[in-house]
Design a protein around this ligand. Structure first.
Ligand SMILES: *[C@@H]1O[C@H](CO)[C@@H](O)[C@H](O)[C@H]1NC(C)=O
Ligand SMILES: *[C@@H]1O[C@H](CO)[C@@H](O)[C@H](O)[C@H]1NC(C)=O
Length: 399
């Protein structure tokens, strides 16, 4: 090495060290200014919590929403479904997708089409379920590192327009949207291929027998959604719940098979299926896995909160159907077995046979079997993970 080279080399080292010091100083300064635990990463991570009605998605939504790094919105697609008159789900899915694409990038101008005049933050569907919208800069009520209180947030937090919402969104490393209004994955492909997005899908499913029981508790609130799911078809009132359930079950199969059996390359490693029952049995482990999958760190406060909300007492009252309360999650997930008429169980098992077998829910053959809670109806998940690995290696082998 010539001396001149060495000088340059030393200078370079010096510059690198200087730059490193500058970065450390900057981070330190940023850290002190910023009320959040860690500065947002350059590349945001976008998460779609994809689920169906009454499948525990409010709870899993809160698992994201309460996390200090997450900007969460609950069902922005609701605005699309309620604003556009009487179409079917097929017509609306692209509008919902494009809405999500903008929201993931914190562009809320797209909401303008779906909002009334003079809208405020509180016009956003269930805005108070988003901890981020109860915290600075959106609202001064809850520190970003604290758990929010929906009741208080609804009372105390609001602002004109969505400017503050947008501002808040920009300050988080993760934008998580929960949707119950997708019945296939293909319409989302452009989001996976968009270089501005780093999308992960958490697909939450639940035993359809438990879902039907839960839907019965709040049947009226589903009228509009049912009509859209059934593409405004004329269906006898007594069959509506079942036909909707059949659509939901079909969509689980469609989505899961698409993502697991023959995924396009851009889907690999970006899809995770979660069974509500597994979360109910083993909340901390499952939620740790979900956090890992989307690149979030577990905090001791989240751990405590998760324990608290999954270890309360009782099955929950009718009034609580849409609330997350301290209930024994595992007990809740079995409640259908003592309450739901066996004839209904049989009907659902017929309609959802394929989905139940794919997702690992055992059918019952008699009322006695249904009510014997010591008989476990959940197939352990390992075989599914195994089949994913083998499907993958088969593909690599054949290509
Ligand atoms: C938004 O808030 C303003 C007052 O801040 C109120 O006059 C207006 O009615 C609200 N708009 C809606 C759509 O609630
Ligand atoms: C939320 O705040 C309300 C009003 O102060 C209070 O009654 C309620 O217990 C709080 N809820 C939780 C879960 O802390």
């Amino acid at each position: 090495m010539s001396p001149r080279c060495r000088v340059n080399f030393n200078t370079m080292i010096f510059l690198v060290v200087l730059q490193g010091a500058a970065v450390v100083l900057f981070c330190n300064w940023y850290y002190q200014l910023s009320p959040c635990n860690s500065p947002p990463r350059k590349g945001k991570i976008h998460v779609l919590l994809l689920s169906s009605w009454r499948s525990g998605s409010s709870f899993l939504g809160q698992v994201f929403s309460q996390h200090p790094s997450v900007f969460y919105l609950m069902e922005p697609g609701w605005h699309v479904w309620t604003k556009i008159e009487k179409p079917g789900a097929r017509v609306l899915r692209m509008a919902v997708r494009d809405l999500m694409r903008s929201l993931y990038q914190c562009d809320f101008s797209v909401m303008d089409s779906y909002m009334p005049e003079n809208y405020n933050m509180s016009t956003l569907f269930m805005f108070h379920h988003s901890r981020a919208l109860c915290s600075p800069p959106a609202c001064s009520l809850t520190r970003r590192s604290d758990m929010s209180n929906e009741t208080l947030c609804q009372k105390k937090c609001d602002s004109q327009g969505l400017e503050m919402v947008e501002k808040a969104c920009h300050t988080y490393s993760h934008v998580v949207l929960k949707e119950t209004r997708f019945f296939e994955l293909e319409s989302l492909y452009p989001l996976f291929q968009d270089p501005n997005l780093d999308l992960r899908i958490v697909h939450l499913v639940r035993d359809p027998r438990a879902v039907i029981r839960s839907r019965e508790e709040s049947a009226k609130s589903f009228d509009m959604d049912n009509a859209i799911v059934l593409e405004q078809r004329n269906v006898p009132a007594a069959s509506i719940q079942y036909e909707v359930m059949q659509e939901v079950c079909r969509s689980h199969v469609r989505i899961n098979e698409r993502a697991i059996l023959k995924p396009p390359p851009f889907l690999e490693g970006r899809y995770k299926m979660i069974r509500y029952e597994d979360v109910a049995r083993n909340p901390l482990k499952e939620i740790n896995d979900i956090y890992d999958f989307v690149g979030l760190e577990m905090t001791s406060q989240m751990e405590e909160w998760i324990y608290k909300v999954t270890h309360g007492k009782g099955k929950g009252s009718k009034k609580e159907a849409f609330q997350i309360t301290s209930r024994n999650a595992n007990e809740v997930s079995q409640a259908w077995r003592t309450v739901l008429q066996h004839s209904k169980v049989k009907r659902i098992q017929e309609l959802c046979k394929g989905a139940m077998s794919l997702l690992g829910y055992r059918t019952v053959d008699s009322e006695k079997e249904q009510k014997r809670l010591d008989i476990d109806l959940l197939v352990p998940r390992e075989p599914y993970e195994f089949s994913w690995v083998s499907a993958k290696s088969q593909r690599t082998g054949s290509s």
